[in-house]
Design a protein around this ligand. Structure first.
Ligand code: ZN
Length: 334
């Protein structure tokens, strides 16, 4: 496989049975207000949308994850080598230690993020442990599932810890999940994100999927805060639910012309087999960028360099200047 480009993927999910970490957050956020009955009715009503999406993208039905996480991890390693992706970040994976174990199995290929509840007691200390003792490289959270605001003082120790360690925080804002997902969040809107990012100017904040329906607010937040980045991951099928025409090309063009290539981070959101690595997203995004006439150095920045800078990967020279991680202050990093 030769794309003429080195690829580092900032955004994948490792499936491991039921992810209890994320499930607990979903329940606390009121994602399943009516118990089993409500869940079943909603799932039945949403199934046609999910089926239509899989058909539109020629995706097979998902199969359950391998019973042994080691097998699932090995399958991912084979898959990444087969499709020519050099490094890949699992932003969730059944808890911090679990995802750290997955990464330790293939440290040349895989990286992982902490993804514990930011409002849990000792969340800042847990991030520090996950980074310095387990080698995780960032923090992932879903703002619609938060139990309190992103910019509340209770979370300041968490943000200041991430800032001091020089690790990025990947914060999903907007519609959570796809068909049948959570369209609302009590907390964690784009205003909270912008206020938080402003108070922690050296904290690298990355917002996935171009901010989903908050794309306009995200562009303005990124204008005001040079520490805010966007990640490009997923099918970005949400553009079909906007009340005006919006395409993947529009998203790339707007972000490229305004935010610029140094803060656009490639991701695929790959997560399940037999679909495996979603080369289709990579190929579509790369085609869009090439058709927009981006020079090679900007392509290298978007599809590998920015992720490497944010993750503190030192095995290659930085592609571009910018706020790099304070690697020396991460004693336990692997
Ligand atoms: Zn994701």
């Amino acid at each position: 496989m030769d794309r003429g480009l080195d690829i580092v993927d900032f955004h994948l999910h490792f499936r491991i049975g039921t992810d209890e970490t994320i499930h607990a957050c979903e329940d606390a956020a009121g994602m399943h207000p009516g118990g089993e009955h409500e869940r079943a009715v909603r799932a039945a009503g949403s199934a046609p949308y999910a089926k239509a999406w899989r058909q539109a993208w020629s995706f097979p039905d998902p199969e359950p994850p391998a019973p042994r996480w080691q097998d699932e991890a090995d399958r991912w390693a084979d898959e990444l080598r087969a499709v020519g992706v050099r490094r890949a970040v699992f932003v969730t994976g059944g808890g911090n230690d679990t995802v750290a174990d997955v990464v330790d199995r293939h440290p040349d290929l895989l990286l992982g993020f902490a993804h514990h509840d930011p409002y849990s007691p000792g969340a800042a200390a847990e991030l520090e442990r996950a980074v310095t003792e387990r080698g995780l490289r960032g923090l992932k959270l879903f703002a619609p599932l938060l139990r309190g605001p992103l910019d509340h003082a209770d979370l300041d120790p968490l943000w200041s810890t991430a800032q001091r360690l020089g690790v990025p925080v990947l914060i999903h804002i907007g519609h959570y999940g796809s068909a049948g997902g959570l369209s609302f969040g009590r907390y964690g809107g784009p205003d909270e994100l912008a206020r938080m990012a402003r108070r922690f100017p050296e904290l690298n904040v990355v917002v996935p999927h171009f901010g989903v329906q908050h794309v306009q607010d995200l562009l303005f937040a990124a204008w005001g805060c040079p520490n805010i980045h966007v990640d490009t991951s997923g099918s970005n099928q949400w553009v079909r639910w906007m009340p005006y025409k919006l395409t993947l090309e529009d998203l790339f063009r707007r972000c490229y012309e305004t935010i610029g290539p140094q803060r656009i981070v490639y991701g695929s959101d790959s997560s399940w087999f037999p679909r495996g690595y979603v080369t289709r997203y990579l190929d579509d995004q790369l085609r869009v960028c090439r058709e927009l006439g981006m020079p090679d150095d900007h392509l290298r920045t978007i599809f590998a360099g920015n992720a490497e800078r944010l993750l503190g990967l030192t095995d290659r020279p930085a592609e571009n200047p910018g706020a790099g991680p304070r690697a020396a202050s991460r004693p336990g990093r692997k």
